[in-house]
Design a protein around this ligand. Structure first.
Ligand code: ADP
Ligand code: MG
Length: 701
């Protein structure tokens, strides 16, 4: 959309004074005419229909009914004092209720005169009622002209308290539209409009804000959703292309000794088909003189580490160094140990660098990094310190990327003349469609196959009062030589309380499982790192049978002998977290179990989460449910919330439209990369404007 008129500050609109302007800005982010025009209704109230009392259903939402008030009474005392009207039509009777302004309403209401009432129905016992209905005398109602479908705009409590009601928003929209409708220019090409039978832009805006018919409204919604997603896809595709063209990278043309020796002699198991396929994708990227920027997704336990290692070996074979960065010290240590073991027979040097590395170790690491004698560096955030300088870093592997901010990633990036290739590993399954739209600039590889011989983890939900049975089960498993995790939630705001829960839980477990027969480890956030590691290592080495912990063990920890994961207060965990935790077991050959403990009081969302967990082990399926429950912002973690900031489209529900938009955007760029054809002029103009006002590049990688 162009036209400077649309950039007029909202203060200038008739009916919007300085106070309202401030409110619109602070509450809804509306600064200009265009912003208001792009405030789309959340839903519509169908005012083409009248209901009769006998037609009401417990599920009826907002309804419009014609009838008369026959009787008024005040009931209750104090806070629950309310005015109740008996309202009837030919088919039955119901109630209208007011809690505020009783006196005023009582005086204004006419008895036995036809009204049109409008509002949300609720049912109490066998009686339907509407609280604080909109009321209009039938006579007046018939005189006024009204929109058939009344839009309901997004609002906030503050806005309605300050008198900017939905009615006011509707009025402002009318004023606005009269003033700007001529400035609304077409923003798609005739080709696309024709191919998809889209209605023109101006008509779409008219129908989204002042719909007369359901069918036209549908067309308007489709048109505007398509447009929104189309420009997002266009930006992502352009970015992806620029990326491939402009960011040079070191081509790794050789597959040398390290890789081939490892592959033929030291691989401890046969790679799965998915691992092979992903390695091929990576090798293909690395062979080109462009920087690889690849996201490797694989469910917990799918075997990402070996892929990372083999990718690092390719870097080494081409004379470069590689690094692997993990989000926690424990995980970094595990990677270091695991990879050192795997590479024992190879002639390469690997070091570990974390926050607790000693000064002397550090100095040696710094020196050998700079002279190139150190080949692989594994560690935590410590890798990002200024003193860490590689001689020639060719590949950076980042594990569990959702823990790292964007700034941190690019810091790694700038260690070298040309940027290193980047491989990001994540066990947070991002639904493909979302990955496509949010990480459009990253290439995505997926390991969608677990190593053979894994038994599916059995997951059950138990209520707290069944704890004794659960203890019995633990005892049996320990007798078989297995190890057990017991995890407690830790949520920042209630840290003290959570800590108490953890300690209470620990004590009751210690009573049930006394020393010396049983040994218990405990790990939580208030411990010193050294103590944590000590406890963790006792569990890893099999010296303790039970690990009581907060969610610090969530990421990556690998103890194949642990076969039971008990999650306390499971209703307080998000789905992806539950799935991550569950992934800590099921890593060995034994049957593993996950027990979700909760109280009896559960919200609908909690029930859905528990049901999902007990019915599937598939991370992608879980991610889809999670996405539906929480929305994309949360799924991606706070650092990415608000990505895309969609105004009308819904990334989940409008998935199909997104695919169409992507296909059209991609076809367009193929056909007319410069957007130079006359028919594409509207797209070129809009694209330039979008880039100027809402540059989503900033959000992404
Ligand atoms: P994640 O993808 O969660 O990081 P890991 O790389 O830690 O998973 O692998 C999980 C376990 O599976 C490790 O013990 C690893 O040695 C083993 N593993 C990986 N790939 C295979 C395979 N192809 N066959 C058998 N075991 C494998
Ligand atoms: Mg891992």
């Amino acid at each position: 959309m162009s036209g400077s008129k649309l950039q007029t500050p909202i203060d200038y609109l008739k009916g919007v004074g300085p106070n309202r302007a401030n409110l619109l800005r602070s509450e809804l982010g509306i600064h200009t005419y265009q912003d208001l025009l792009n405030l789309f209704p959340n839903r519509y109230i169908d005012k083409t229909q009248y209901y009769q009392v006998s037609q009401l259903q417990p599920t009826s939402a907002d309804v419009q009914i014609i009838g008369k008030v026959t009787h008024l009474k005040t009931v209750g005392e104090g806070r629950s004092k309310r005015l109740v009207a008996t309202f009837i039509d030919q088919t039955g009777s119901m109630e209208l209720v007011w809690f505020r302004g009783l006196k005023w309403i009582r005086e204004g209401l006419k008895i036995n005169v036809p009204y049109v009432v409008f509002g949300k129905v609720q049912r109490f016992g066998s009686t339907y009622s509407i609280a604080h209905p909109d009321m209009e005398l039938l006579e007046e109602h018939e005189k006024s002209i009204r929109v058939a479908m009344q839009p309901v705009y997004p609002s906030t409590e503050k806005l309605s308290n300050k008198g900017i009601t939905n009615r006011v928003m509707n009025a402002l929209m009318q004023t606005l539209f009269q003033e700007v409708h001529k400035s609304i220019e077409e923003s798609l090409s005739q080709d696309i409009l024709t191919a998809l039978k889209l209605i023109p832009k101006r008509e779409a805006y008219l129908n989204i804000h002042f719909p007369q018919k359901q069918q036209k409204l549908g067309l308007a919604q489709f048109r505007l959703k398509f447009e929104e997603l189309f420009y997002i896809q266009l930006q992502l595709l352009v970015k992806n292309k620029l990326h491939k063209q402009k960011i040079k990278g070191y081509p790794f043309e050789n597959i040398g000794d390290n890789f081939t020796t490892f592959y033929s002699k030291h691989l401890p198991f046969k790679l799965t088909g998915a691992q092979k396929r992903v390695l091929k994708e990576i090798r293909n990227d690395l062979g080109k003189p462009a920087q690889m920027n690849r996201l490797l997704q694989g469910d917990v336990g799918s075997g990402k580490t070996i892929v990372a290692l083999m990718t690092m070996l390719i870097a080494l074979d081409n004379g470069f160094q590689a690094c692997l960065m993990a989000p926690t010290e424990i995980l970094a240590i595990q990677h270091f140990q695991g990879i050192s073991d795997l590479c024992e027979q190879l002639d390469i040097k690997i070091a570990l660098l974390t926050g607790s590395s000693k000064t002397k170790e550090r100095r040696i690491i710094h020196e050998s990094l700079e002279d190139g004698s150190l080949h692989i560096l594994i560690g935590t955030h410590a890798l990002l310190e200024d003193k860490v300088r590689f001689k020639n870093l060719g590949l950076a592997v980042i594990d569990e990327q959702h823990r790292f901010g964007v700034a941190q990633r690019s810091k790694l990036w700038h260690k070298n003349e040309l940027p290193p290739h980047i491989l990001i590993m994540t066990a947070t399954p991002i639904p493909r469609t979302l990955a496509m739209s949010v990480y459009g600039d990253l290439d995505v590889s997926v390991i969608d196959e677990l190593p053979p011989g894994r038994k599916a983890i059995k997951t059950v939900h138990r209520f707290d009062n069944n704890r004794l049975k659960v203890f019995g089960f633990i005892r049996d498993e320990i007798k078989k030589g297995r190890q057990i995790y017991v995890v407690y939630p830790l949520i920042q705001e209630s840290e003290a309380l959570d800590y108490k829960d953890l300690m209470d839980g620990y004590e009751s477990i210690a009573r049930e499982f006394p020393m010396p027969d049983y040994q218990i480890s405990i790990v939580h956030g208030q411990m010193k790192p050294a103590d944590k590691d000590f406890e963790m290592n006792r569990f890893v080495n099999g010296e303790t049978q039970i690990m009581v912990a907060t969610t610090v063990i969530e990421v990556g920890v690998n103890v194949p002998n642990a076969s039971v994961m008990i999650i306390e207060s499971a209703e307080r965990f998000g789905l992806s977290q539950l799935h991550q935790l569950r992934g800590r077991v099921g890593r060995g050959a034994d049957q593993s179990y996950c027990i979700l403990m909760t109280g009896h009081k559960l919200s609908e969302d909690s029930k859905t989460r528990l049901q999902t967990m007990t019915s599937t082990n598939d991370g992608f399926e879980i991610a889809e449910v999670d996405l539906k429950l929480r929305g994309p912002g949360d799924l991606m973690g706070t650092q990415q919330s608000g990505v895309l900031n969609l105004k009308i489209a819904d990334i989940v529900k409008d998935n199909e439209i997104m695919k169409i938009a992507r296909n059209y955007a991609s076809a367009l760029l193929k056909e007319d990369p410069q957007l130079a054809k006359p028919d594409n002029l509207p797209i070129r103009k809009t694209y330039a404007a979008v880039m100027k006002f809402k540059n989503i590049w900033n959000y992404i990688s």
